[in-house]
Write a protein that binds this ligand. Structure first.
Ligand code: MG
Length: 301
């Protein structure tokens, strides 16, 4: 644990002090899972949905406890909501991105590109114009862990599906794109690269400019250590909150590490939620944690 704190936080840049509440604990609010990911807040229902990937289920957390939202879930990983509030999910088992309609039925957003099957969609964001951007690394089909090892048909990429349904590959020069998040004004997109399995690919967060809805001019933004960035989120000041092996790191828009929130398990992802949207929900290996921050999330949902 760090110095100059009450053990939950480490201040590296003094500016970080304004983003955290030093008397707010990091709490484990749910436990007993195998690998949790894909947190998404539904303020209208007062609940958090998250994926427990190896157990093939999406769970629903409320103050009253955890219940099953969907099982089987086709090994869903990342989740978000579109501009109408509908659940958007990245499914490993079926190698597709889906939308859950208000009546509960499921619509396929994308499962192929140029006639070839996607790898294993991992994480997803929705732009103000309704376009869905998702990462498609190969992790879900590279091992027998989830029981559907398969031939890789497409390189790892980030895709954009326009509101009318047209799909295009918009990032093709990253080893294995994973988590992604827009800056508050959507002028930038941050994308975590976790590298191909069984490789020494460099792991970093890259930043892209958004031009006509597409990410361009990709460049190095920050390298997380220890561990690597899997999921990323952005607060209302434009700071990037990233998963790390020792918790959640807060990175200024210029790429400087400002501080850390320590979590006792390796973190995969996080999202802002709660009534004031300033409670950070953190999925971390076998448990879900939360901490109230002194900043709200920038992003929808
Ligand atoms: Mg991920």
């Amino acid at each position: 644990m760090g110095t100059n704190d009450l053990s939950f936080f480490e201040v590296i840049d003094p500016a970080f002090s304004q983003y955290v509440l030093f008397n707010a604990p990091v709490k484990r609010i749910a436990e007993g899972f195998d690998w949790v990911e894909g947190p998404v807040w539904f303020g209208d229902a007062g609940c958090l949905l998250f994926s427990d990937i190896p157990n093939d289920r999406i769970l629903r957390w409320t103050d009253a406890g955890v219940t099953i939202f969907r099982q089987p879930s086709n090994y869903t990983n990342g989740n978000t909501r579109d501009r109408q509030g509908r659940l958007i999910s990245c499914e490993h088992g079926t190698r597709r991105v889906t939308r859950t309609e208000w009546d509960g039925s499921i619509t396929v957003i994308a499962d192929t590109y140029l006639g070839k099957r996607l790898n294993s969609p991992n994480d997803v964001v929705v732009a103000t114009d309704g376009a869905i951007l998702f990462s498609d690394p190969h992790y879900g089909i590279m091992t027998d862990y989830e029981g559907f090892r398969a031939e890789q048909e497409l390189p790892c990429a980030v895709y954009r599906v326009a509101l009318e349904g047209k799909i295009e590959a918009v990032i093709t020069d990253m080893a294995c794109p994973n988590g992604l998040a827009f800056s508050p004004d959507e002028s930038r997109l941050y994308v975590a690269d976790t590298g191909r399995m069984f490789s020494n690919d460099p792991q970093e967060i890259r930043v892209f400019d958004i031009v006509a809805g597409r990410p361009v001019n990709g460049r190095h933004f920050h390298k997380i250590s220890p561990g690597a960035a899997d999921g990323v989120r952005v607060d209302s000041d434009g700071n990037v909150w990233s998963s790390a092996a020792d918790g959640v790191h807060c990175i200024a828009p210029d790429g400087r590490l400002m501080g850390k929130v320590f979590v006792p398990e390796g973190v995969s992802n996080m999202c802002f939620g709660g009534r004031a949207k300033h409670r950070l929900f953190i999925t971390a290996t076998t448990g879900v944690y939360s901490v109230v921050l002194n900043r709200s999330g920038a992003q929808w949902p």
